[in-house]
Design a protein around this ligand. Structure first.
Ligand SMILES: [Zn+2]
Length: 139
């Protein structure tokens, strides 16, 4: 079962939007490393990945080598995969049929809707919303 909530500190939120704006009108994609807590997961690092989709303005496909490298970097830092993110340059904030069909990891999928500048997270393929907490960890 993936976490019920995903905590995304402001610095990572900023990095995610920077990545999304840099890639627009193409969709960006990246991984979030962090820690699993009793009440959910806390993201601690963001790993931008290359979108190698043949139609990057409408779909995303993370570069497999980049994803593997990110997962190894997480492991070396004592982190685990707690989320995957991508952008929808023209919205909406909901997962597309392709997003749902291709979802392969049991972690929240964060979608950055550039049109409304909102972030939403879902468990896929179920399509269940995951609560995002955009705040500093309590520690
Ligand atoms: Zn999508």
């Amino acid at each position: 079962m993936p976490p019920v909530t995903l905590l995304l500190p402001p610095a990572l939120v900023g990095a995610l939007w920077d990545h999304a704006e840099r890639e627009a009108p193409r969709e960006c994609v990246g991984a979030l490393g962090g820690r699993l807590m009793a009440s959910g997961a806390e993201a601690a690092a963001l790993y931008p990945l290359a979108n190698v989709s043949s139609d990057p303005e409408r779909t995303y496909l993370a570069h497999p080598g980049h994803l593997l490298r990110a997962l190894r970097a997480m492991e070396a830092a004592g982190l685990t995969l707690v989320g995957l993110y991508h952008s929808h340059p023209r919205g909406p904030a909901e997962p597309s049929l392709t997003d749902t069909r291709l979802a392969a990891y049991p972690v929240p999928y964060v979608i950055a809707d550039l049109r409304t500048r909102t972030l939403h997270a879902y468990r896929l393929p179920e399509g269940l919303p995951v609560a995002l907490r955009l705040e500093e960890p309590l520690d």
